[in-house]
Write a protein that binds this ligand. Structure first.
Ligand code: GTP
Ligand code: SPV
Ligand code: MN
Length: 588
């Protein structure tokens, strides 16, 4: 399928290492994929769902010990530990290769090696990049087909000259949690993943390439790879403003990206368009502005909580050609279910582990909290007409956010770009089920990139400052949001979901200089009267409450920020320290 000597040489080397019985190059044809689906159904790897209700859809169950990303087993393998920085696990590259090869050697024996050429970003876009993933999992092939542009067309466009492509080796081995490693070699454009079959650990185009390797590439090549959704807000006059937003895993990116505006906004002629729900690649355009593409081609979304009210567009996206992972299998009509889909759980069903489950009687959850759907972007009813645009879309605002029961107000705007970098750097959020480990613990997660930055985060922050300098007065405005403030009983105060449009509206008006705001120590906070509350049962007093900036709570952050920054030693950018000092002074 290719004559590119660098690709052929690596595939040959890996073939000798892994000793597969067969080699199949994925050309992306329907015929080839249909045959693979049939084979995976036959082996039980996937289950064909009700063709009338869910055409082209399948169910897959991972091993019980393999249901989320494993941050403690994820490594950045750079020549020195300092290059990976204090927030990454590090291994010496030579030692890592030796360890990984000893785990993986010969492990394709008796199996087929699938060679998947894929493009992150529209094929041939100047912002796109190519990868090759080797895998012994048909589930991975079928997911990559949804999540990326893949197959022969990628190699045809890539040609025979370039060596600028990312090598990805995945082997299921024994799904042994003790020997599970997700390793990145930024200097070699290489990713190796062993002993997992779960999403973010094995769909190597996603977090491994499009964030960990790409963030390093972006640093070297003056662009940015970020854990950000991209959406377009169309105003009644037809003008569309694009916003990127970085929230940690399972903190609302997919939901915001596919938001349906409240009725009042719809009647006035507002629309929201989805460009991406998880990852943005951003580059300065010829006009000096920051432009973004979504490198992905599908959505690997959190299933629980997705329903006709919370996210009808996401639900619609899963109605055909979708792979469901670790959800409930409804045996009555061969469909799927998850907590929060509706109030009518199936009674004759299998839970995510494949055990008999009666949703009316069981006190156990049927779907895993990190169960997911893999749905093609083309299915999304609000997909932006710019989804395939090779130049991307121009970004007006960047929004950071996380899960904070207290402290962070519903929304605030940074004083300027550099202050926005500070705002992103001190982000903190309660952990979720998207990664193995405790849930609900507040941790620092700068720019929602803590688990995804492929180099020293001190250098990463400096890169943000440098980008801001390049962008000058064309830089997007930077905001922070928090949908997750709780009352004394622990209930979310803000209705969220579609009503987040009210906050986006304020953000856009701020970008246009159309509305005043209150200056506080942390940034500009809205006057409650400037957030449109028409049509919801939510008072200005309630709003004032979640817009409150408490001096005590923010003072309580200082120690944590100090400690966190202290870990970076002299890698902490001077500009960030200056921002921190200014913040403390303003807080008084
Ligand atoms: P990843 O795919 O892991 O990166 O997650 P994500 O950031 O795309 O999160 P997603 O949109 O899938 O939302 C995760 C969870 O947050 C779901 O259970 C949602 O129901 C919930 N959620 C999303 N938006 C809101 C909101 O505005 N308010 C509240 N209270 N919950 C929300
Ligand atoms: C996340 O955890 O941020 C995800 C899911 O988007 S995974 O692909 O597993 O990383
Ligand atoms: Mn994500």
């Amino acid at each position: 399928m290719t004559k590119n000597p660098t690709i052929l040489a690596w595939v040959k080397e890996m073939t000798e290492l892994m000793t597969p019985d067969n080699i199949v190059w994925i050309d992306g044809s329907k015929q080839q994929l249909d045959a693979l689906r049939a084979e995976a159904c036959q082996s039980g790897e996937i289950i064909k769902l009700n063709e009338e209700k869910l055409p082209g859809c399948y169910l897959h169950r991972t091993a019980e010990n393999d249901v989320a990303r494993v941050e403690d087993r994820t490594f950045i393998c750079t020549p020195t530990k300092e290059m990976a920085g204090p927030t990454n696990n590090w291994k010496d590259p030579a030692e890592a290769y030796e360890m990984l090869y000893s785990i993986a050697r010969g492990r394709y024996a008796g199996r087929t090696m699938y060679v998947i050429p894929y493009s992150m970003g529209p094929i041939g876009s100047p912002l796109a990049k190519v990868g090759i993933e080797l895998t012994d999992s048909i589930y991975v092939v079928l997911n990559m087909e949804i999540m990326t542009r893949m197959g022969k067309a990628v190699l045809d466009t890539f040609g025979d000259e370039s060596n600028d492509w990312v090598r990805g080796l995945h082997a299921k081995c024994d799904i042994d949690g003790e020997k599970r490693y997700i390793c990145h070699f930024p200097q070699d454009n290489t990713i190796i993943s062993v002993n997992s079959g779960y999403g973010g650990n094995v769909l190597l185009g996603k977090k491994c390439f499009a964030l960990r390797i790409a963030s390093y590439q972006g640093w070297k090549e003056e662009w940015m790879a970020e854990h950000m959704l991209i959406l377009g807000i169309e105003k009644p006059d037809g003008d569309v403003k694009y916003v990127c937003a970085a929230f940690p895993s399972a903190c609302g990116k997919t939901n915001l990206a596919m938001l349906i505006p409240p009725e009042g906004y719809q009647n006035a002629g507002y629309k929201v368009w989805c460009v991406g729900d998880d990852i943005s690649w951003l580059r300065q355009g010829e006009d000096g502005r920051l432009w973004a593409i979504n490198p992905e081609n599908g959505f690997f979304g959190v299933a629980p909580g997705t329903n006709v009210k919370s996210n009808p567009n996401a639900l619609a996206s899963t109605m055909s050609d979708t792979i469901f992972t670790n959800v409930v299998h409804n045996l009555d009509d061969n469909t799927v279910w998850w907590e929060g889909l509706d109030k009518n759980p199936p009674t004759n069903a299998l839970d995510w582990k494949g055990n008999p489950w009666n949703g009316k009687e069981s006190d156990q959850k049927g779907a895993h909290p990190n169960s997911r759907f893999t749905a093609p972007a083309r299915n999304c009813p609000c997909l932006s007409s710019k989804f395939d645009a090779t130049e991307g879309v121009p970004i007006s605002a960047i929004v950071f956010g996380g899960r904070r029961a207290k402290t962070a107000p519903l929304v605030y705007q940074s004083f300027d770009w550099n202050n926005g970098v500070f705002v992103g750097s001190i982000m903190a959020s309660e952990t979720t089920a998207a990664a193995a480990g405790a849930v609900g613990v507040v941790r620092r997660d700068p720019m929602a990139m803590l688990p995804f930055c492929g180099y020293n985060m001190g250098d990463y922050w400096q890169h943000w400052f440098n980008m801001g300098e390049k962008l000058g007065d064309k830089a997007p405005k930077i905001f922070n949001v928090n949908w997750f403030r709780t009352d004394d009983e622990g209930h979310f105060v803000w209705p969220g979901f579609g009503d987040n449009m009210r906050v986006l509206d304020w953000i856009i008006r701020r970008c246009e200089g159309a509305v005043e705001a209150n200056e506080t120590a942390i940034g500009y906070v809205p006057n409650p009267a400037d957030i449109n509350l028409d049509g919801i049962d939510f008072t200005e007093a309630q709003l004032a409450d979640i817009l409150d900036v408490s001096k005590d709570l923010w003072e309580a952050e200082i120690d944590g920020i100090n400690q966190f920054y202290g870990r970076f030693g002299d890698k902490l950018p001077a500009a960030l320290k200056a921002q921190f000092d200014a913040f403390k002074a303003k807080l008084g």
